[in-house]
Design a protein around this ligand. Sequence first.
Ligand code: SAM
Ligand code: F3S
Length: 443
Amino acid sequence: MKTYIVETWGCQMNHHDSERLAGLLESEGLQEATTAMDADLVLLNTCSVREKPVRKILGRIQTLSRMRSPRPAIGVCGCVAQQEGEALLESAEAVDFVLGPGQVPRIGEALRCLRQGKRGVFIGFENPEDYNYAQIFRKDSTRGMVTIIEGCDEYCTFCIVPYTRGHEFSRPSSEILSEVRVLVSSGLREVELLGQTINAYRCPETGGGLAHLLRKILEISDLDRLRFITSHPRHFGEDLIEVLSDEPRLSRYLHLPFQSGSNRILKRMNRKYTREEYRDLIRRIRDRVPDINLSTDVIVGFPGESEEDFLQTLSLLEDIRFGQVFAFAYSPRPGTPAAKYRPKLPEDVALDRLHRLFTLTDGISRQLNEALVGSRMRVLIDGTSRKSESDWQGRGEDNRVINFPATGREKVGDIVEVEILQASAHSLVGRRPGSSPTLPIRT
Ligand code: SAM
Ligand code: F3S
């Protein structure tokens, strides 16, 4: 077995786990293949937050097992592995091992099992001491992800994460700082701190919270940008608002899921805040950081959600005006309290609500983006644009996606000034000041 490939579904945490899995496989002497077709081992790093991705993964296992003969070895990792465990080996013959997100450090053991022709099941939660940041295979040359808190203790009634990723544990700030220093000295410009409830972070050694950690990290003077996801509204203290307003190198972007605008539904979701508290939090943040770009997650069609509850969600969206909204139709997850809640909503009602929601939020995002036309932004170049090889794509300080024509004077990883010329709901188009005024009509 010489080559591997990791296919990733789901959140940033999963993408980062894939970098950890790849790093450990490389240390076992394997090399990354270009496609699954020429890989000896395919790892599917899965997401089980909603049912649809789970179905897609089962389809992918089938495709891989028929793709060529002999088929590649297949390891299912991530939340589906933790949730299904042994049952996955029984239901999918082509799966050689399952390895939950808490078992990433045991991928070498899974490999040895595989070489002996045994099918292994590695599930259970991570031992904080096994976290090895020295062996992470990072492909992104501009930004690096760093997990600071694992697991989640919030137990939102719809969510599978506390059952697949286990209890919260924070990594020591001394270790996080060493990791960030290594990333910065290797040339990365931006660091993204990760956690499901990142603002519940508490250093196990000093007791310091997220605001304190951010200030310590920003003492690393060569770091250009720092951001963090995902925040929970109930842990968002004044100290965090203060650090956002004081520190220009902290990204002007905040992801703050509210899930529902109805207090009745928020209670049934166990979110532990009200719509008024959420709105007040946003007001306090905007008072101190007026240029903040806010994004959120929303669920529609939660059991028992009436039209009136849904209208409350729309009114909150209208009121706050987020730059970006990630909205999902509720998907019952096995073993979570809400899976037993009644009445269930018909699928067409949930989809209709989702459609109405996106009509509203796309319009708002477009207006917010249009208001930026004529302004200048500092853009970190990620690579060539997906739509044209002669354009760059990057992100502004507020995480907005910006495309602009290459002038031959830039390279990936540069931070350059771009004048905004055109806007759509999901991205901006600009040009370097002083470059040709032709408008690249490619939003
Ligand atoms: N930690 C984050 C938070 O504070 O809310 C979110 C984690 S979850 C992996 C990402 C998003 O998926 C959630 O914010 C929620 O909107 C959505 N989600 C989670 N469970 C869901 C379900 N059962 N059905 C539909 N969407 C769901
Ligand atoms: Fe899930 Fe709620 Fe935690 S959405 S990840 S249980 S904050």
